[in-house]
Design a protein around this ligand. Structure first.
Ligand code: 9YT
Length: 131
């Protein structure tokens, strides 16, 4: 069994920071689970364009308030605690936080560790692991 805490993960370099979010990567590819599991904070007042062309992601809202828009059809879905959104079609989307959002995120295939979005909001299939 593998046991980790958020505090340990932050101290051991598992918190990856971007302009509009940070992600504490509690479980990664090298745990051999077939998915990765992260606690993500989206900063209040931000909009993040995302398009996971190489990954599927499920996102559960623990706290905060925001919305997600699917770019293809312009539909906007509110995000409040208890909401899950499931990107089963590699949907290009815009994630907005009106209040700081705390999210639990699962990726398939699992992230290696240091992925951040490229200019199109994509994560590559290969990336540096966290040592
Ligand atoms: C919800 C989302 O995809 N936010 C961006 C960060 C991502 N969750 C990650 O953990 O790398």
């Amino acid at each position: 069994m593998i046991v980790r805490t958020v505090d340990e993960a932050i101290k051991t370099g598992r918190q990856i920071k971007s302009e509009t979010w940070n992600s504490i990567r509690l479980s990664l590819k090298d745990d051999n689970m077939g998915f990765s599991f992260h606690i993500t904070t989206i900063y209040a007042g931000t909009e993040t364009p995302i398009h996971y062309q190489n990954h599927l992601e499920t996102v559960y809202c623990i706290s905060g308030k925001g919305e997600v828009e699917t770019v293809a059809d312009g539909k906007v879905y509110p995000i409040v605690p208890g909401t899950v959104y499931i990107l089963d079609k590699h949907d290009k989307h815009l994630l907005r936080a009106s209040e700081k959002l705390q999210l639990a995120c699962v990726f398939n295939p699992p992230l290696h560790g240091k992925e951040i979005h490229d200019e199109n909001g994509v994560y590559p299939l290969e990336a540096e692991p966290i040592e």
